[in-house]
Design a protein around this ligand. Sequence first.
Ligand SMILES: O=C(O)CCC(=O)C(=O)O
Ligand SMILES: [Fe+2]
Length: 381
Amino acid sequence: MVAITAPSPIDQIPLMRCPKANAAQQGAVIPCVDLSAPGAAAAVADACRSVGFFKATNHGVPACITDALEARAMEFFALPTQVKLDMSGAARPLGYGSKNIGSNGDVGWLEYLLLSISSNTVKISSLPPPLRTALEEYTAAVREVGGRVLELIAEGLGLEDRALLRAMVMGREGSDELVRVNHYPPCPLPAPGDCGVTGFGEHTDPQIISVLRSNCTAGLQIKLRDGGWAPVPPDPESFFVNVGDSLQVLTNGRFRSVKHRVVAPEGAQPRLSVIYFGGPAPSQRIAPLPQVMRDGEQSLYTEFTWGEYKRAAYKTRLADHRLGPFELRSNRMPAPPSEQPASGTDPQPHCSSTSTSSTCTSTTTAAAGGSGVLPCHAMPV
Ligand SMILES: O=C(O)CCC(=O)C(=O)O
Ligand SMILES: [Fe+2]
C-alpha cells in the first residue's frame, strides 16, 4: 500500500528572496509627506514621480477608528473558516478568500476580505454588524485621506481644476471603491536562506490610488527603480499611498505605479493590513489628462475604460505587467530637464515592461540602500 500525503498548503506557496535590510536601509527610501504642511503638493508629486509610493502623516484619521477596525477584523479572522465563508461568501473576487488570490493560480500566506464600498456602504449584509460598522467608519475616513491626496496630486501636477482627480473616484455615482482587509498569520515554517514565504506576491494596484494602513508587523516591500526591493517599516499611525496603474496612465507615465509585495510574518505576530482602493466608474476613460501633456506629446497608451482595464487585469497573474498590452512604445519621448525626477530615476515617463519574477530561483536582488533617510516632508519642493 502506498501512503499519499497531501501537500501542506505552505508547499504550494512560492518563496521570495527578501534579504534582511539593516536599520539604515529600512528608512532610506520611503518618502514621507506631512499632508497638512505647506509644500505638501510638490512633495506628493515628487514621491509619485520618483517612487510611486509614500507615507502620509498628519492625515486627520483618529486612532480610535483604525483601532476599532483592527479589533473587529481580528475577531472575524479568528472565526472558523466555514463561518467566515457563510458570512461573506467565497471571494469571486469579492468576499472571503484564503491562500488563493484571484482565480489565476496566485497563492500567498494570507486570508482576506475584499469588499465593495461604493456610496460608503459595505455591500455584504451578512457580515457581523460591529465589523460592518467599523469598516464603514474606517472607509469614510480613509476616503477623505484619498481625496486630499488626489487634490494634492492635482495641485502638484499644476492642474487648474484641483478637484478633477478626486471627483473621478469620490464624486461620482458608480465609482469603483474597494476595501481589502488582509490577515497574514505568523508563518510556521522558516524559509531557507535569505528567502521568505510569500504573503502577497508582487503586483501593482490597477486603480488610481490605494491607501494602506497596517498594524505593527513588518512585511510590505516596494520595488525601487534600480530593481531592488525595499522594506517598508510598519507605522500604524500613518497611511501609505500607492500610485495605481490608472494614475500612471492619467499622467502619461510621469507618475509610476509601484510594484509591491508582502513577505509572511516571520515572528509571532500576525500582520493585518487594510487597503482602500480608489477606482473610477467602469465607463471612465483612462487616458492621459490633456492638461499634463506637453506640446506634441503623444499618449503612451491605447485608449481604454476602467471597466475594460479591470476586466483585463482580472484575467492576469499578479506579477504580470498588466499595462503592457495597452502600451504604445513608439510614442515614447524623452522628458525635458525640468520634468526629470529628482535623483537617480528614470528620465522618461515610466513605461517598463520588465515583469521579473521574484521567487527564490529568480534574479531578484537585495533591497537597495539609499543615501540618507528622507525625513518626514523632506522631499524636495
Ligand atoms: O498587505 C499589504 O500590506 C499589502 C497588500 C496589497 O498590496 C494589496 O492588497 O493589494
Ligand atoms: Fe497591492
